[in-house]
Design a protein around this ligand. Structure first.
Ligand code: NAP
Length: 298
């Protein structure tokens, strides 16, 4: 059994991004810029935004952070997005989700210029991906696909099951696997026979948000398992309660049957930020009519 080291692979992607960024600076005096908008004080979102800023700068890009009050009105947020759309120094824009309930998330995402939508959530990018056209692809499923291509190779003809049908992971993952000529099944909370479906799958991508949801009895011998889940749980250790991150897959037991499996942490998580940087670089190249870094796009 192989543990898929997403951390090491993501470092290689970030190095490639940095080398392209250095060339852009040297040859064209262009520095890719990523703007991240954070609304409110959600602790997990604050950590993600901080990490994104650090990694963006490490890759040699400009990082712009916009922090807005939890109570900000929709008009102010939309005006900020439009200002960023018009700023030629900014090539990628993302609004950290989830947004507070009083804001219309769809409307805000769909106000981002599709060519700067590095999260790939704008309806135009969703439609392009769905119809197999060039787009900006959501970072987490893109990272999962890169791992699968690297560690499995040719995916054609493989039977894949995606657990979860969210717009940010499950649905784009379905489209990406389909475009690799996999036979894909998507299962969700209303699916009756998940275990049976998983048991015949060569590839399982779990994006459920439930700790240890995928059991070892569901795994076909030799399957490849990609665990997207990030769940914070409390565990008892030496009489102390500790907080720990675990995935959607029962790693310890499923790994006995799998050919390869991603750990949590250190699997899909680091790939998401690496793909965000890659998307920002791609968006920058496209907006300047420059050749895209082939190895970083699909
Ligand atoms: P989400 O929007 O909550 O979607 C969860 C999906 O799982 C839904 O489609 C839901 O089905 C399905 N589901 C829930 N309970 C189920 C059950 N008992 N049986 C079968 N399906 C069930 O979550 P998400 O945004 O896709 O994220 C999923 C997980 O990935 C979370 O742990 C999240 O933290 C993690 N994540 C990680 C990264 C990363 O960078 N590594 C990025 C994004 C998300 P219904 O549609 O029927 O409700």
């Amino acid at each position: 059994m192989n543990i898929i080291d997403g951390k090491a692979f993501s470092e290689r992607i970030r190095e490639k991004v940095k080398s392209h960024v250095d060339n852009l600076k040297k040859n064209y005096d262009i520095v890719p810029g990523l703007a991240v908008v954070l609304v409110g004080e959600d602790p997990a979102s604050k950590v993600y935004v901080k990490n994104k800023g650090i990694q963006t700068k490490k890759a040699g890009m400009n990082s712009y952070e916009y922090k807005l009050e939890e109570t900000v009105d929709e008009k102010t947020l939309l005006e900020l997005v439009k200002k960023l759309n018009d700023d030629p120094n900014i090539h990628g824009i993302l609004c950290q989700l989830p947004l507070p309930k009083h804001l219309n998330e769809d409307m805000i995402i769909n106000t981002i210029k599709p060519s700067k939508d590095v999260d790939g959530f704008h309806i135009s990018n969703v439609g392009l991906l769905n119809t197999g056209q060039k787009s900006l692809v959501p970072c987490t499923p893109l990272g999962c696909l890169m791992l699968l291509r690297e560690f499995v190779g040719n995916l054609e003809g493989k039977k894949a099951t995606v657990i979860g049908r969210s717009n940010i992971v499950g649905k784009p993952m379905f489209n990406l696997l389909l475009s690799e000529n996999c036979t894909v099944t998507v299962v969700h909370s209303k699916t009756k026979n998940i275990e049976e479906i998983c048991k015949t799958s060569d590839i399982i991508v779990a994006a459920v948000g439930r700790p240890n949801f995928v059991k070892s009895s569901w795994i076909k011998q030799g399957a490849v398992i990609i665990d997207v889940g990030i769940n914070r749980v409390n565990i008892e250790e030496n009489g102390e309660t500790k907080s720990k991150l675990i995935g959607d897959v029962d790693f310890e037991n499923c790994s006995k049957f799998a050919n390869a499996i991603t750990p949590v942490p250190g699997g899909v998580g680091p790939m998401t930020i690496a793909c965000l940087l890659a998307n920002t670089l791609v968006a920058c190249c496209r907006s300047n009519n420059l050749k895209e870094p082939e190895e970083l796009i699909l």
